[in-house]
Design a protein around this ligand. Structure first.
Ligand code: AMP
Length: 419
């Protein structure tokens, strides 16, 4: 099979790494990729937003399967455009991707499917939104309805904070059109977990669970980031099956019933509360760095599973997982997330990768002459597997310590909730 992976982060390096191990693979490209993907695939200089160029490349190179990493191209119709060209894409149509692209659509689907989620209401009018917040009191959650690259959610501890979010999203349009309307919802209290499922339109197969660490600093302090680390698994088999039956499968059935069947990776952000597990949000792709942690535990060949999702054949499929725990520690450039320093040299990667159980994925790196330099915010994901979380963690942090990069930083407490 000839496969094209789309994206340039640690997630896409991990996908390329897993796909490259498949005996079914004949050729692997990554657009645009990074120096890590270049080790296992051929990088193609096309950006993730250039749908026309991606389709042209896939058609011109007889690509059998496209595997998108990020949500942005899916929300604007990458899978639809590939479909018209007769190319399989392991990701949803734009219509089905609205489950991530529109918070209110997600909530409507949940309500129609009878899936437990925070009580909510949608507002197009800032005055009405304010009145609702004052009536309900804090804590309360204000969400921009549209896609806002992780910046559209404010968990407000006070009414003033919620009103400020309403003003920023709806009146000052800090997030552009994404904040034209908002969803305001009940604040859920509990432990967060992410459940990933591979879907073929009607059947969903669990791909594992993980917990990420969004804040930049130890002990969950400081600003939000794309994710500073993850570990897997976080739910036992019983918990996974309960969430699959109570949340993922009913939503999949509802999407199909509405004529927008979901194909690809459905990422359910869950809150395990005292009243049971509730849905916080859906994403339409793997998380980064959760993906890196998940693929390390996958024993089966990923490629036929993704193909089966495209072919509607998952009902006959089974995936096997290693009985191990995995961890992913992100190394970021100093100043991230606000203003990461660029162009600094990274040394010692080979030594770090030689630590038993360790795999290192690239994100914001570049090769300049013989040097590896940091060119982005999140730069490396240092991953490890082990018989339990302490073993995996020790291996990962031993590898991190072997990396010579004074201008990089990382969280020292990945997995702390579980530990
Ligand atoms: P989302 O983009 O919807 O995943 O929201 C980002 C983060 O905000 C989630 O991972 C949660 O930590 C938090 N969050 C979102 N909705 C709620 C809610 N209803 N109650 C508590 N926390 C929430």
């Amino acid at each position: 099979m000839r496969v094209l992976v789309i994206g340039s982060g640690g997630r896409e390096h991990a996908l390329c790494w897993a796909l490259a191990a498949s005996p079914l693979l004949s050729k692997l490209w990554c657009a645009p990729g990074n120096p890590g993907t270049a080790e296992v695939a051929e990088n193609v200089p096309i950006g993730v937003a250039d749908i026309a160029a991606l389709v042209r490349f896939a058609a011109g190179n007889a690509v059998d399967l496209v595997v998108p990493g990020p949500e942005a191209p899916l929300v604007v119709g990458l899978a639809d455009a590939l479909g018209l060209a007769g190319i399989a894409c392991c990701g949803p149509s734009a219509a089905a991707a609205r489950i991530e692209g529109s918070k209110s659509f997600c909530k409507e689907i949940c309500d129609a499917a009878g899936v437990p989620t925070a009580l909510w209401e949608r507002f197009d009018d800032a005055a009405a939104a304010r009145a609702f917040v004052r009536r309900r009191g804090a804590p309360i959650v204000v969400k921009a309805d549209g896609l806002a690259a992780g910046k559209g959610v404010v968990v407000a501890a006070s009414v003033e904070q919620a009103e400020e979010a309403i003003a920023a999203f709806m009146e000052r349009r800090a997030l552009g059109e994404a904040g034209r309307s908002v969803v305001i919802e009940e604040c859920l209290i509990g432990e967060e977990a992410s459940l990933f499922a591979l879907c073929d339109g009607s059947t969903a197969l669990p791909l594992g669970t993980a917990q990420d660490h969004k804040r930049v600093g130890d002990g969950d302090t400081g600003p939000n980031t794309g994710g500073m680390g993850a570990y897997s698994p976080v739910l036992d088999e019983e918990g996974v099956e309960a969430a699959m039956d109570g949340i993922v499968r009913p939503v999949l059935a509802e999407l199909a019933r509405q004529g927008t069947p979901f194909r690809g990776v459905l990422f359910a952000g869950l809150m395990v509360t005292t009243e049971g597990t509730k849905l916080v949000e859906f994403n339409v792709r793997f998380g980064d760095p959760e993906c890196q942690a998940l693929v390390l535990r996958l024993q089966s060949d990923l490629l036929p599973a993704l193909q089966a999702a495209c072919d509607g054949e998952l009902a006959h499929f089974d995936l096997r997982w290693r009985d191990e725990v995995s961890i992913a520690v992100v190394m970021a450039a100093r100043g991230y997330p606000a203003d990461p320093v660029k162009g600094t040299e990274i040394r010692g990667l080979e030594r770090a990768a030689a630590v038993p159980g360790v795999t290192i994925f690239h994100a914001g790196t570049d090769r300049r002459d013989t040097k590896l330099v940091a060119v982005g915010g999140r730069v490396l994901t240092v991953c490890a597997t082990g018989i339990d979380l302490p073993a995996a963690r020790d291996a990962a942090y031993r590898a991190v310590a072997a990396i010579d990069w004074p201008q990089g930083f990382f969280r020292r407490d990945i997995g702390w909730r579980a530990l």
